[in-house]
Structure formats: C-alpha cells, structure tokens
Design a binder for this molecule. Structure first.
Ligand SMILES: Cc1ncc(COP(=O)(O)O)c(C=O)c1O
Length: 443
C-alpha cells in the first residue's frame, strides 16, 4: 500500500503499522473514517457516504447515538472493569432485560467478546450437555473467523485453514435454491418441495453420521453474508422436530439477524422456533462496544447447575460493553426500531427487487426486514464480474458490504424512505455502469 513513490504522509491515519484483515496488505483499501452520524460516514477528506450495510451489519441503531455514548461514559466513570467472576449491577439489569426479550425459555446468558467466541462456547455447551462429539453446520454459512467458528463456517473463508480446524464438524446443504444439489438453478421447485427436499437431505446426513454422535445442528436462521437465504415455511420447524426426535440441540446463530435486522427482535420469531441455544453479537450493542452472548435455555442451564462449565474469558461481562448493550436495547425499544424495520421492509424489498429487474448483472435478490443480498451474475470472461464491486460503490458515496459475489444491504434501522431512495438510486446507477462495462448493456 505504501512504496517509495507514495511515501506515507506524516499525519495520515493509514500507516505502515496497520495489519488489515481479509486481504493482502498491498491490496488493502481501508475507508479513512473521520466521523459517523446517523446513517452517514465521513472520510478524512470530508466526503459523505451513506452506510448501506450498517458498516458490518451491526450498527442497527445508527451511528453516534448520544444515549449509548453517555451510558458507556457513565459506566466508565462508575466501574470500568469487573472480572468474569464478579457480579455487577449492569450485568444483573442486562440479564433481566435479555431474558424478557429472548424467545422461548432462553433465560441465562454467557457473555463473550463477539460472535465467533459465542458460537464456540455454544458448541462447548452442546457437547458437554449431550456428551456427543459432532456438530452439523450448513454450507453457505458464516460463523466467525476463529478456528472453531471457522470450522462451522460453510464458505470460502474456511478453506485456507483446513484441515487444522476444530474437528467434528459435518456440513449439510440448506434450502438454497440454485446452490444445493437437490435444488439446482432453474429447477421449478416450489417452496414446499424445496423444504421437503432440504429436510430429507438433512435427515440423510443425520442418519449417515449417526444421531447418537451429533451434539448440535448450528445454523443462521437467515444466512447473512452468504446471500440472505430465507428458509421456506416449515424448514426451521422441521429442523427443530428432527433435533428433538434425535436428542440433538438446535443452536441458532442470530449474530447478524438479531436485534431487529429482519423486522423481529430475532429472526427465528418469523417461524416461531425457539432454539436450545442462541448466539448474539453485532446488534446487541450496535457496535458501540464489542460484545457477544450465548443465550441458554432452561434445561441446558439446569445441567450446568451441577456440572462445571469449563470455559471463560477475561472480558466476559465487561461493564462498558454491557452498559452499551443496555442503552442500545433502550434505544431499539424506546424508538420502536424493530417495528420500524418491519414497516420499511416491503418498500425495501420492492426497491431491492427492482435492481434485479433493471440489471442483467444481477442474478438474484433476496430480502427480509432491512436485510438484502444482491447476488451478481458470474458473467462471461476470465475475471469474475463482481470482483471489487464494493470498492467502486464507494466512489458513488455508498458503503456496502461485499462477500464474494454478494452485496449485502443492511442499512441502520433508523433510515428514512428518502435515504432508501437515495441509496438504491446510487446503487442502480452504479449497476448501470457494471451492465454496460461487463455484459454489454441492459437486457
Ligand atoms: C452470522 C454470523 N455469525 C458469527 C459472526 C462472527 O462474529 P464476530 O465477527 O463478532 O466474531 C458473524 C460476523 O459477521 C456473522 O455474520
């Protein structure tokens, strides 16, 4: 990124001492973020971008909310740190609040530093509770970048680290039209049929592995970065029924989908399914402080009444992060942001669908709540069509998260209709250029 021709500026905020994630250092193109407010980001040249992905699908309440900032400041003044074996007022208050919000009888909470370690701790709990070694997870899923969470992950990010990941994970195909062998692209499978085929496939995997060897099935209720795959009606219920029949625990990863993103507090509410364990992060604090959690159901919590949980973290229950979570939940509740996401959802989905109708470069669009994936055609030619899209979008004044051929749209839940029009307008103009450059114009 820096060489002799481009020596780093003494006052630049991008320095040769940085080490960037998910990229070769020479290809890194970090956003020089100066400040952020509401749905907007400003770079150090004063250029404004609309944050159309809540940064990394986490700033659900929007940027710079003074109520959360003040809560963190107040907590810092009162008690900035407590050890993981110490009880604090903020922990007690947050636990009570989460127990009221969480589905089913999820009413105990292990606090972690983020989503990946929440998933790893959920796997530990499932293995300890069942005494079984294996875990089933989906292809086309993401569960975090640490060795255990990557083992669960079903996408390209796992591959460079194989085979030295957490052993015991077996992947299965979800009801992903066009991406599962039982539902190839173009096959006229309706939702009921897709659901039936996906559940039959999962049943086969469980039976082949031996249900008595499987501790848990881990899945995102709606996949995030792998393309917002929305399960057909009956799928999650079917997975839960299979789990119950087989003594397998259902672990739902709501790290990305939790706290209003899909127009419900938790995405599993769309299908009335309460898991045995649920993992949280991102929208739990809207990114104002790093925090994850494992929500534990009653019967599993009871098991650990008499069995030690062998695990812990220096920052489990960090008061600054818990204070951020509490204030963030106050904002989500007080400002009615979950209901707002639900209200905005049809218009959001309509605008997203128009991107596909208007652009040959777009293969598919899926949306739920204020979460959408724009899946790009792989297109002709040696270079994949979609490479570097997010970088180009940045020039259009939009911040959009990209993973492989997917653009993930997930604006803060405070976004207005006019701001949605503006964002989709910019995206559409940008895609006009992609069509013209790479597939020869509109089809
Ligand atoms: C569904 C899901 N699970 C887990 C994670 C990992 O969370 P973290 O990056 O906080 O470890 C992510 C992050 O993007 C995610 O989207």
């Amino acid at each position: 990124m820096t060489d002799d021709r481009n020596p780093p500026q003494a006052d630049s905020i991008i320095t040769p001492h940085d080490f960037w994630t998910w990229t070769a250092q020479s290809s890194a193109n970090p956003f020089p973020l100066d400040r952020a407010e509401g749905v907007f980001l400003w770079d150090t040249d004063g250029r404004r971008s609309l944050d159309f992905s809540s940064t990394v699908m986490c700033v659900n309440i929007g940027h710079g909310d003074q109520r959360v900032i003040r809560a963190i400041q107040d907590q810092a003044a009162a008690l900035p740190y407590a050890g993981p074996r110490m009880a604090t007022q903020v922990r007690a208050t947050l636990g009570r609040r989460l127990a009221k919000l969480a589905p089913g009888d999820l009413n105990r909470f292990l606090f972690t530093a983020g989503g990946a370690d929440a998933n790893e701790n959920a796997v530990k709990m499932a293995r300890a509770f069942t005494g079984r070694p294996k875990v089933l997870a989906r292809h086309r899923s993401y569960h975090g970048a640490t060795h255990g969470a990557l083992a669960l992950t079903g996408d390209s990010r796992r591959k460079p680290w194989e085979p030295f990941l957490m052993p015991g994970v077996v992947h299965f195909h979800g009801p992903d039209r066009g991406h599962a062998p039982f539902a190839p692209a173009g096959a006229p499978t309706n939702d009921d049929e897709l659901c039936r085929l996906a559940l039959a496939h999962l049943e086969q995997v469980v039976s082949a592995e031996g249900p008595e060897t499987i501790a848990a099935i881990v899945l995102e209720p709606v996949s995030g970065a792998n393309g917002v795959a929305i399960p057909p009606a009956g799928y999650l219920q079917g997975v839960q029924a299979l789990c119950r029949r087989s003594g397998i625990l259902l672990v739902l990863d709501e790290v990305l989908t939790g706290f209003g993103r899909t127009g419900r507090w938790f995405a599993c509410e769309h299908w009335d399914v309460a898991p045995d364990l649920m993992t949280l992060a991102k929208g739990l604090t809207s990114g104002y402080a790093p925090l994850g959690a494992v929500a534990i159901s009653e019967r599993i919590a009871r098991y650990f009444d008499d069995h030690p949980f062998v695990g812990g973290l220096t920052y489990s229950g960090h008061p600054l992060c818990l204070a951020a979570a509490l204030a963030n939940i106050d904002v989500l509740e007080g400002d009615g942001l979950v209901a707002r996401a639900d209200r905005l959802a049809p218009g959001f989905a309509r605008r997203a669908a128009a991107l596909k109708d208007g652009h040959r470069s777009v293969a598919a669009v899926r949306a739920i709540g204020l979460l959408a994936a724009v899946e790009m055609e792989s297109g002709p030619g040696p270079r994949p069509l979609w490479r570097g899209l997010a970088r180009g979008l940045r020039e259009s004044g939009l911040w959009v998260h990209q993973h492989d051929e997917m653009l993930i749209l997930a604006p803060p839940l405070i976004i207005t209709e006019a701001q949605l029009d503006d964002g989709f307008g910019r995206l559409s103009t940008f895609l006009d250029g992609v069509d013209a450059r790479l597939v020869g114009g509109r089809g």
